[in-house]
Design a protein around this ligand. Structure first.
Ligand SMILES: Cc1cc2nc3c(=O)[nH]c(=O)nc-3n(C[C@H](O)[C@H](O)[C@H](O)COP(=O)(O)OP(=O)(O)OC[C@H]3O[C@@H](n4cnc5c(N)ncnc54)[C@H](O)[C@@H]3O)c2cc1C
Length: 539
């Protein structure tokens, strides 16, 4: 039978793409309201990010106890974390625990990729096709495809000719990769690259790190939890449930200080104290002014640089690894454990590839523009993702009049509150641009809010006899304008990074994540719903 020939025909009320944090909860919610719903997932099991990212050292940067679902006290309290920032295997186990507890797997088709989705204006329904040849007719198409799930893995000419092995961090083999005693190169020093580098350094023979954009890394404090620690955070369940959705970033903490109200000495004291906390608090719970005021940004950036200089010591390492040309917090801030000291080891070489970029991969290793060859057995691509848009533009999605989402977003990345896109009725989205997402957000907080909004929206439609919802052109224009205005005031908009789409050649520039705050975003989406879905047309 030819590939793509339909082997089944299924009719659903809702089809969800993706079985990560968002997709699992969305399935549970929609099943609870009695919909005939099914999830399609490329991976062989649940977990999303925590299924795919099994590279050495993968772990949370969010405190584990705030990354849980908050809709069920029982679900929350029947799981206990071993550490403040646990590693991927434990997080994946937690996702299995959730799938088991809610009996979700029976409604998930694993190892199945959605390849296309086409909207039919007459019926107001979607026809969805998968790589297994299945054709599904569904009223609602709900994308829970992830903000950071479309890996950038074919970046360098000659990759296919490399004589050794190449791994993208998010496609790390389940059975593990043989790196012990090998000459290993890591390309990329973002949050993921840092976790890999500090973890594999003891195992490999030689480690070559190709550094393009240095990062302001903060030290992580990651204590193991005793039974008392676990009991203490569980006792905070109600407090966390009432706090997290309303803070600026969906973390338990919020910006606490006003720059102008403190003397220089007091500011220094505050920065030192928060730095010692060993979490993302220096970024997300110190001074909000760092995002808006260049002078404050300079001062806090210099504070972090000073800390890094003291550890790196060597001027050449400082030049390569300490950022000078963008402000602290305008990139995703990584947490590290002994990362900077890695570069003092005799088997580690840091290679600057900003002025002298990688020109190609050759059978022996990595070749730079000036002709220098680094001979390697294994190349690890910590090169990140086509964030926010990539997962959806890799599906052939056709809306009203056959318009293509890939084409639309190649011109201009627009959504209505990150929940819908004008021209794509009955397609509801999570973790897409113009909503709070992996940038500046504890994702479980944001994803719970988005999936709950979608659940309520569908309930409302069914109760009131509507079958189709579409974001209006004017509503979308208003949201995009508000988003852009908020983003323009934020220094994030001035830095090149995946936050602004500049890690992908040709991607239209826009701050991808909503920067008005998680609590504010939540209020605005709820206000729109309460006003009879203002900005959306129901029919
Ligand atoms: C290494 C790493 C560390 C992170 N650490 C944190 C952290 O500490 N705190 C935090 O808040 N966030 C973190 N994040 C962000 C993380 O992505 C979110 O926290 C969250 O897991 C996203 O859940 P999701 O359900 O939106 O998407 P995902 O977990 O990405 O799941 C999406 C799923 O959709 C599937 N899918 C996509 N397209 C298709 C298709 N066409 N057909 C079928 N299936 C498809 C994918 O296979 C994937 O399994 C991290 C991300 C990465 C990559």
């Amino acid at each position: 039978m030819a590939i793509g020939t339909p082997t089944a025909h299924r009719t659903l009320d809702a089809l969800i793409i993706g079985a990560g944090v968002a997709g699992l909860y969305q399935l549970h919610l929609l099943r609870e309201q009695g919909l005939n719903v099914r999830v399609f997932e490329t991976a062989a099991d649940v977990g999303g990010t925590w299924y795919w990212n099994r590279y050495p050292g993968a772990r949370f940067d969010s405190e584990a106890y705030i990354y849980q679902y908050l809709f069920s006290e029982e679900l929350y309290k029947n799981w206990s974390w071993s550490q403040r920032f646990p590693a991927q295997p434990e997080i994946e186990q937690w996702m299995h625990y959730v799938a088991d507890a809610l009996d979700l797997r029976r409604d998930i088709s694993f190892s199945t990729t959605v390849t296309s989705a086409e909207y039919d204006e007459k019926s107001g329904r979607w026809t969805v096709r998968t790589d297994s040849g299945e054709v599904v007719d569904t009223q609602f198409l709900i994308t829970c495809c992830g903000m950071l799930s479309a890996p950038l893995q074919d970046l360098f000419p000659g990759q296919q000719d490399f004589a050794g092995q190449i791994f993208h961090t998010s496609r790390w083999p389940r059975e593990g990769a043989e790196i012990a005693g090998k000459r290993v190169g890591v390309i990329g020093t973002g949050a993921t690259g840092i976790q890999v580098i500090q973890t594999i350094v003891d195992e490999v023979a030689d480690l070559t790190v190709f550094v393009r954009t240095p990062q302001y890394a903060l030290p992580m404090k990651n204590p193991s939890y005793s039974a008392d620690d676990v009991a203490a955070y569980k006792a905070r369940f109600e407090e966390l449930r009432s706090t997290l959705p309303h803070t600026f970033t969906g973390f338990e903490y919020d910006f606490r200080y006003v720059w102008d109200e403190l003397t220089p000495e007091q500011r220094r004291e505050v920065l030192e104290e928060i730095y010692e906390n060993g979490s993302l608090q220096l970024w997300l719970a110190s001074f909000a002014e760092m995002f808006f005021d260049e002078a404050v940004s300079d001062e806090i950036s210099e504070f972090v640089r000073e800390k890094m200089r003291a550890r790196l010591v060597d001027p050449e390492l400082c030049r390569l690894l300490i950022p000078e040309d963008y402000g602290f917090g305008t990139h995703r801030v990584p947490l590290e454990t002994g990362y900077l000291e890695v570069y003092h080891r005799p088997n580690v070489t840091a290679v600057g590839v900003r002025e002298n970029p990688i020109s190609r991969i050759v059978p022996e290793g990595v070749l730079l523009a000036d002709g220098t060859l680094y001979e390697l057995d294994v190349i690890i691509l910590a090169t990140g993702f086509d964030a926010g848009t990539g997962a959806l533009t890799r599906i052939d999605i056709r809306g009203v009049g056959g318009r293509s989402l890939k084409d639309d977003w190649s011109r201009d990345i627009r959504t209505t509150m990150g929940l819908m896109v004008h021209g794509y009725p009955n397609m509801l989205t999570t973790a897409v641009p113009l909503a709070p997402s992996a940038a500046l957000c504890n994702m479980t907080t944001c994803l719970q809010q988005q999936t709950e909004w979608i659940d309520e929206c569908i309930r409302y439609m069914r109760k009131n006899g509507y079958t189709v919802i579409e974001a209006t052109e004017e509503g979308e224009a208003a949201w995009v304008a508000h988003h852009d205005e908020t983003a323009a005031a934020n220094l994030i908009s001035k830095t090149n990074s995946w936050y602004t789409g500049s890690n992908v050649e040709g991607k239209p520039r826009r701050v991808l994540s909503y920067t008005g705050g998680v609590g504010t975003y939540r209020e605005k989406t709820l206000e729109a719903a309460a006003a009879g879905y203002k900005g959306f047309e129901l029919r």
